[in-house]
Design a protein around this ligand. Structure first.
Ligand SMILES: *Cc1c(COP(=O)(O)O)cnc(C)c1O
Length: 401
């Protein structure tokens, strides 16, 4: 049991809390599932990029999937080996590409022909060979929320099979490019196996076709996307996931790379917030808390569901919205949920807040970002200080005229 009251007394609210032991459990579960083949789990840093979270996963053996050079730098700082770092994303700047090549990471994941040309130019300038993979868009409907669907041709990600083939041939004929990997990632919060298996089949077929052209893919990157249980979702079992991928590879001798973000850290996280007031507008009841959409935007952005618990409160439950102090009607954590009558300073725990919560936070309304705390072996420790006013104005103060 997590002692939220003591954590609130020690660190104040709003506060993010991550159970590192739970992250370890999830990592092992996934790694074990893939044990029949060579595999590397590259944690998707964007889900939760706190350095201590990355370090914890690196210590377990994970690599990193990064979507900006900032994330690549975080991975290095946290002690991830260069040969376990992948750099993905549709819009990489020249300076980012250069740095990735100089740092000699495992591979740069390309998402267009134009990008391939840029990477070749950068590698040539540096006199180095850039290891690359190509993100294939298998045009498969992942059956998830449209904002987190990425594997359809209407999405901006990746290239189709024919373009991918042309790119591999171009890369093979280049002195400065080494095509070592292939990649697909069809979406996030996936709860159905079939679209993943179909995508894997399509991409594995391409790998076999490339082999005929003497292009030998070593890394088969299946992306991330495994869903977690926010409410009542029926989840893909890691074992079934691995078996589905294996079934598409037959005898292909590749290292499977998997890039989970949400799966590894989502359920480990709690967002702790305090009740400021209750109010009633006509028939409508509101519980107003000290955390807001600037701290945790998923309900506002995706209408995402997060379980909410009021601690140590046995009062009668009625329907309410749980809202923050930000000046937006979209600033809510839940609508029309059953919650007991609360008092000033009652603690609310918002569950499954380990992924895409802190990393999406902002200073909107000049609200300082929350602190982050790790729980490990029964102990708690601060892993990011609470921001203060000075932090928020540091980069603009000197310019007041
Ligand atoms: C976001 C992303 C991931 C991680 O997605 P999850 O749903 O958090 O597992 C993996 N790979 C790529 C390329 C991504 O963009």
């Amino acid at each position: 049991m997590i002692d939220f009251k003591t954590l609130s007394d020690t660190y104040d609210t709003p506060l993010y809390i991550y159970d590192f032991d739970y992250i370890s459990t999830k990592y092992s579960e996934l790694k074990e599932s893939f044990r029949a083949k060579k595999s590397l789990i590259c944690y998707a840093v964007k889900a939760n990029s706190n350095l201590s979270v990355i370090k914890h996963l690196a210590d377990l053996g994970a690599g990193c999937d990064c979507v900006s050079i900032g994330e690549v730098r975080r991975a290095f700082l946290a002690g991830v080996s260069s040969y376990k770092i992948i750099f993905s994303g549709v819009g990489k700047r020249d300076v980012e590409i250069k740095e990735a090549i100089e740092k000699d990471i495992l591979m740069i994941n390309l998402e267009s022909f134009a990008e391939l040309m840029r990477v070749e130019i950068m590698a040539k300038e540096l006199g180095k060979i850039a290891r690359i993979s190509i993100r294939v868009n298998p045009n498969i409907d992942p059956k998830t929320h449209p904002y987190i669907s990425t594997g359809l041709s209407e999405n901006k990600f990746g290239v189709d099979i024919e373009d991918a083939k042309r790119m591999y041939i171009k890369a093979k004929n280049s002195e400065f490019l080494d095509p070592v990997g292939i990649h697909f990632h069809i979406g996030s919060q996936l709860t159905e196996l079939e679209p993943i298996q179909k995508s894997s089949e399509i991409v594995a077929d391409l790998v076999r076709n490339l082999k005929v052209l003497d292009i030998n893919i070593k890394f088969f990157d299946i992306g991330g996307g495994l869903g977690i249980r926010y409410k009542d979702e029926v989840l893909i079992k890691p074992y079934d996931y691995a078996q589905a991928i294996f079934s598409t590879l037959f005898t292909l001798d590749v290292t499977i790379i998997c890039e989970p973000g949400r799966f590894l850290v989502g359920e480990s996280g709690y967002f702790l917030t305090k009740v400021l007031y209750e109010k009633q507008n006509g028939d409508k009841r509101f519980v107003i808390v000290d955390g807001g959409m600037n701290d945790l935007i998923r309900p506002s952005l995706y209408n995402a569901y997060h379980d909410i618990e009021v601690l140590n409160n046995e009062n009668e439950k009625t329907l309410t919205d749980v809202v923050g102090p930000v000046c937006e009607s979209g600033d809510f954590f839940a609508k029309n949920i059953e919650l007991p009558k609360t008092e000033h300073n009652d603690l609310l725990v918002i569950k499954n807040a380990g992924a895409y919560c802190y990393t999406m936070s902002s200073n909107y309304n000049t609200r300082a970002k929350a602190a982050e705390v790790a729980l490990e072996n029964g102990k708690d420790r601060l892993i990011r200080k609470r921001e203060n006013f000075e932090d928020m104005i540091a980069l603009e103060k000197e310019f007041i005229k």
